[in-house]
Write a protein that binds this ligand. Structure first.
Ligand SMILES: [Zn+2]
Length: 253
């Protein structure tokens, strides 16, 4: 039983415990090229949350990780068989209910550990922050915590070298041989403003990629995955510790 994972604990251990921060891992259930499982984002969310929480717990953070939410925003992938879309408006309601529970029970810090590029909690946090002024609400994209260039040759957007390496390390039995993977070649919007990142529009996934991947996975390895996983979980853990131990009156420098 890991004391920092709520789902593994029982009432005997929880009833007299106190927590400073709660982590909500949030994934997605979607196709990841030919070689990675649909649950890739869920597995990454759960594993990275658990390991980062373990490291934070060892440093004295009173932290607990909730079970991962398995469905993400997949509006752009509506035509990919069994990609499960949870609309942003539904996510808002789910998030509101989680916050309602924590707020009522006096646990005022929530970190959403996001594992899927289509999920965007910023506007929800703004609106729910207004409704629950005692809560510190934060979302954290683990996949943006460390520059991928230090670890991988090819940039990964979806099911590419980074995710494949991670899964080769975390769940090798669920990764098909790389010889079966598509090349993850993807089209870009033709508009310069969107390419430069200051204009945004949703990509229609199946107009962009053939194999559902965006990013070449073929130079992935479990060794790269482990190195990246260690670096990411340490960095995320540090953030968990800082949030857990910093008084809410002392957040700004
Ligand atoms: Zn993914």
């Amino acid at each position: 039983m890991r004391p920092y994972l709520l789902a593994e604990n029982n009432w005997k251990t929880i009833k007299d415990a106190s927590f400073d921060v709660v982590v909500l891992p949030w994934g997605a259930c979607e196709a990841h090229n030919y070689h990675l499982p649909y649950g890739t984002d869920i597995i990454e969310a759960e594993e990275i949350a658990a390991e980062a929480a373990r490291l934070a717990w060892e440093q004295g953070a009173k932290i607990t990780v909730l079970p991962a939410i398995p469905f993400g925003v997949n509006t752009g992938q509506h035509d990919v068989l069994l990609d499960m879309n949870m609309n942003p408006s539904t996510q808002f309601v789910v998030l509101r209910d989680v916050i309602e529970t924590l707020n009522r029970q006096g646990i005022y810090k929530l970190i959403i550990l996001n594992s899927h590029g289509g999920n965007d909690f910023k506007t929800m946090i703004r609106e729910l922050g207004l409704k629950y002024p005692n809560m510190f609400l934060c979302s954290c994209d683990w996949f943006r915590s460390i520059d991928q260039k230090e670890f991988f040759v090819n940039k990964d957007d979806h099911a590419g070298e980074m995710e494949t390496s991670l899964m080769m390390y975390l769940r090798p039995h669920l990764v098909r041989p790389l010889s079966e993977a598509g090349d993850g070649k993807a089209k870009k919007f033709r508009f310069k403003a969107i390419q430069e990142g200051w204009a945004w529009a949703e990509r229609k996934w199946m107009q962009v990629t053939q194999d559902t991947g965006v990013g070449d996975p073929r130079q992935a390895s479990a060794e790269k995955g482990e190195k990246y996983y260690r670096a990411v979980t340490q960095k995320v853990a540090q953030f968990f510790v800082e949030v857990a131990k910093t008084n809410k009156t002392d957040f700004y420098v």
